[in-house]
Ligand binder design. Structure first.
Ligand code: UGA
Length: 439
């Protein structure tokens, strides 16, 4: 089997590398020559644990290659995956499909023999049909089928999510295209992964329904956390107590500053738009979007309150800037709102993130970026944890206390326990749990 993967962003690169690991011959295509050049030298355009090794191994085995030449990659391929970006369109929140449609047109021009064209990018319901129309219009003689195959990869654990998924969803409407997809995912059949075959539209909707459900689940536990604070309950015990009910499930019930990243904020907004346009509004998701938005401001206020009601002239040490750990991705990270809100309230910021500093430097202004966690704490009036990197959990708390000029810690990811922090003499505020008394 030979496939072409159009787009070497997060989804394209991870999927391409993983398919090659499955034994498929994969050519990854990108218009950005510098990205392709970097990949030739095994320089990854993103940080994803294990990806560089996976790419190096498969390039060496001759199953994975990179090119800017779309035509050559598509010619003779059994399947061509569209994995280009679908950012939120400015103004209306709809997914911007211009890259997808441009790719469809270019693919059509190069199709050679029966080809399955697969949308891997997250695309609104109806996009697959439009891709089909574009290809037919561009090349009336082309022998092809369009298939939807959404990804469910989490940044930071994307390789494992691809290799051992809970399920694979395939919107394919012909026996021929289903046969090609079955062959591509043969390795997963062997480990009895559920494969759900549906229509194009259903498959496209499953992706959005999954992401918006998860966003709602996080938002639910965040609101329960606020209620826990108000009534003196512990959100982790509540999460455990409800999560053990198999109908609810334990995952994605970790409270925090609100969801961020390149997917949930964009996908919730896009589905809300689609649903309104189709006259079937999703009021529950509309509410989720607005609660999650408001939460950014609430989190900044929480830090200010922990500092005695004002941060004017104070220095806040911020640990963690990315939208979650094990990524360098800053897109829609909570830090992008919380840090400027603290600055607007008069705080000076010293910050550190294990992988996100290069990105953060372009996106956050007037910050002192530090080399490591302890250095960030030096002389600060309070510590705020915004992302739960493992290395922060392992900090020596005596050193933390000695470095800070006041023992105030606001932990928006609940990486420490209130009891231990109180015993260490910290004035500790977390999410959905009792705070330790003011020092
Ligand atoms: C998400 C989905 O989890 C993937 O299944 C999906 O494929 C992907 O979007 C996508 O559409 O491409 P990702 O954005 O990488 O993956 O990250 P998540 O691990 O889902 O986290 C998203 C946000 O929710 C983060 O800000 C995280 O901190 C927050 N979160 C997650 C919580 O606050 N609590 C939780 O319990 C879980």
């Amino acid at each position: 089997m030979r496939i072409a993967m159009i787009g070497t962003g997060y989804v394209g690169l991870v999927s391409g590398a993983c398919f090659s690991e499955f034994g498929v011959d994969v050519v990854c295509v990108d218009k950005d020559a510098s990205k392709i050049e970097g990949l030739h030298q095994n320089r990854m355009p993103i940080y994803e644990p294990g990806l560089d090794q996976l790419v190096a191994d498969n390039v060496k085995a001759g199953r994975l290659s990179f090119t800017t030449d779309l035509k050559a990659a598509v010619k003779g391929a059994d399947a061509v995956f569209i994995a280009v970006g679908t950012p939120s369109r400015r103004g209306d929140g709809h997914a911007d499909l211009s890259y997808v449609y441009a790719a469809a047109k270019e693919i059509a021009e190069s199709i050679d023999g029966y080809t399955v064209v697969v949308t891997k990018s997250t695309v609104p319901v109806g996009t697959g049909r439009e891709v089909e129309r574009i290809i037919k219009e561009t090349r009336p003689d082309a022998d092809f089928d369009v298939v939807s195959n959404p990804e469910f990869l989490r940044e930071g654990s994307a390789i494992n999510d691809f290799m051992r998924p809970d399920r694979v969803v395939i919107g394919a409407e012909s026996e021929r295209s289903r046969a090609v997809m079955k062959q591509l995912y043969r390795v997963l059949y062997l480990i009895e992964t559920p494969i759900v075959f549906t229509s194009l539209e259903t498959s496209e909707l499953i992706k959005y329904a999954a992401n918006t459900f998860l966003a709602a689940k996080i938002t639910f536990i965040n609101e329960i956390a606020d209620l826990c604070e108000a009534v003196g309950a512990d959100v982790h015990d509540v999460a455990k107590g409800i999560g053990l009910d198999g109908r609810i499930g334990k995952k994605f019930l970790h409270p925090g500053p609100g969801y961020g990243g390149s997917c949930f904020p964009k996908d919730t907004l896009a589905l809300v738009r689609t649903a309104r346009d189709k006259g079937a509004p999703l009021r529950i998701i509309e509410t989720v979007v607005s609660i999650n938005d408001e939460r950014k401001r609430r989190m900044a206020d929480k830090i200010i309150a922990a500092c005695g009601g004002s941060v004017k002239g104070k220095t806040i040490a911020v640990l963690g800037l990315t939208f979650k750990p094990n990524t360098d991705d800053m897109r829609d990270s909570r830090s992008l709102e919380i840090v400027p809100a603290l600055q607007a309230a008069g705080a000076k910021i010293q910050a550190f993130d294990p992988e996100g500093m290069n990105e953060a430097k372009h996106m956050l202004k007037d910050i002192t970026f530090c080399e490591g966690a302890y250095e960030t704490l030096e002389g600060a009036d309070a510590l705020a944890v915004l992302t739960e990197w493992n290395e922060f959990r392992a900090l020596n708390m005596s050193r933390v206390k000695a470095a800070l000029s006041a023992p105030i810690v606001v932990d928006l990811r609940n990486i420490w326990s209130p009891e231990e922090m109180a015993a260490e003499g910290f004035q500790y505020t977390s999410i959905g749990r009792p705070s330790s008394p003011r020092a």
